[in-house]
Design a protein around this ligand. Sequence first.
Ligand SMILES: [Zn+2]
Length: 192
Amino acid sequence: MSTATFPQAALFLADHRALDFLNTVAQVDGQPCDFWHSDDDVRAWLVEAGFSAGDETTDVLPGALLKEARALREIIRTLVAQKKAGKTVDAQPLNQFLAAVSSIKKLVADEQGGLEVQICYTGQTAARLLGPVAELAAGLIARAPFELVRQCEHPECTLWFYDRTKSHRRRWCSMALCGNRAKVARFRQQQK
Ligand SMILES: [Zn+2]
């Protein structure tokens, strides 16, 4: 499998949504490829990821959601890299983002006829939609065992994942993508 066949749509293979968020930029043919080009792309990703994508578009300027999502993505990427490298984590940029997030709790009926406490994000659209992602990322940085947060071993791949396998020996973003690429490369090497 060559890099040319790398998918052209965002991938959900990280086993953690904050890392899937980072993986919306992937290396395609050796170049970083951003799967987001518009507010709608970000909204579509949020829906696919199981977050709320809201329904109001009027309270932000066009392009603001894309701009904020990309900014948050790089903030999280830097934090993950710092934590992974054992460096001091500069929480300030993420904290600024978290400060813009506000939420309220509501007691609502659940589907089984019981009650549940629901968190509703409020405020400006971009902060409201991206708030859950920022909070998830903060939780990951603070609590995840980072020996299990790794990047795909393929040298041309930059995708992150959270290794939740029992053996904790996951090496690839996915077997179908990089696992097979590595296998083919090894096979060719042996044929020489
Ligand atoms: Zn990979």
